[in-house]
Design a protein around this ligand. Sequence first.
Ligand SMILES: [Zn+2]
Length: 329
Amino acid sequence: MDLDVPVIDSHAHIWGEGFVPPAFFAKAAKEWAAKATDRRADMIMPKLLNGIVDPDGDDFIANMDRAGVDASMVMMIDVGAPVFGEDAKTPPEAQIEFYAALQKRHPKRLHCHVAVDFRRPDHLDLIRRGVVHGGLKGIGEITPDGFSAADDAIRPVMMLANDLGVPVQIHTRTGVWTDFAGTDFSERNPVHPVHIARLAKALPELKIILCHAGFPHWWHRAAELIADLPNCVLDISNWNEVFHHDEAEMIARLAAWRGLVGAERILFASDQASGPRFTGERSKLPDWVSFIRALPENATQWGYCFSEAEAKAILGENAARIYGFSQGE
Ligand SMILES: [Zn+2]
């Protein structure tokens, strides 16, 4: 079955040149170097830094085309001095300009977001300018590291999003940055969805997207915690990393999420990254789109029932509604 529906990927990343400092990849480079005696971290670093760069979004769009994705929500991450002790070559102001220009170059295809660390004194001005003057569509991705989304220190950013009426995208995967797994699975971990529930109660009008839907250990907690908080939705990015191991389990999970929050609060998403290391043949985005597109048939196989209307909602209609897009936008 081919659902005639716009497909919106609610979570993706595109980077320009020098958006990420070498410190961001220090751990990944060290792990790579440890695999053989003739390898050194400085040998891999240029590959890691250049491998994510797409200077105009054209390669990323080609990747979306291959997968049948109509539009992507593109995140910015500020991984400079406040987190990694070293700023990227391209400062946040210039990165914001890049995202505003990316949107103009690819209208209706790329919807970009702004993220500036709250420990930078001018963060509120930069974020406001990105949304009001740059036309950026939301604030994210916010990755709690050394703070939680409910903390007072970041509340002004949340209030600003609330005032501007744009969603915030907040990371809820157990690991952060290039430490994908994490080691603290308890509520002490600042990325635990429990902190988002606290924030959502304090600002009930703020639109909050729980990026990665608590991947992997908090998938049930994430949905349970926001069940009665209608301002929160789940994005199912990162689940594309595992669904092919056990499609039945993925269907069961989607059904559990639907039971707790409703199909109207589940957003299709991938966390697709830009650059030659991640796009083209290396991208599994087409499989992920096909899987959700065929959700009604895939579900029937395991005794579940997803309607075409629910699949359409998850694939794109929900995101369009949450972002307030009109038809064709
Ligand atoms: Zn994330």
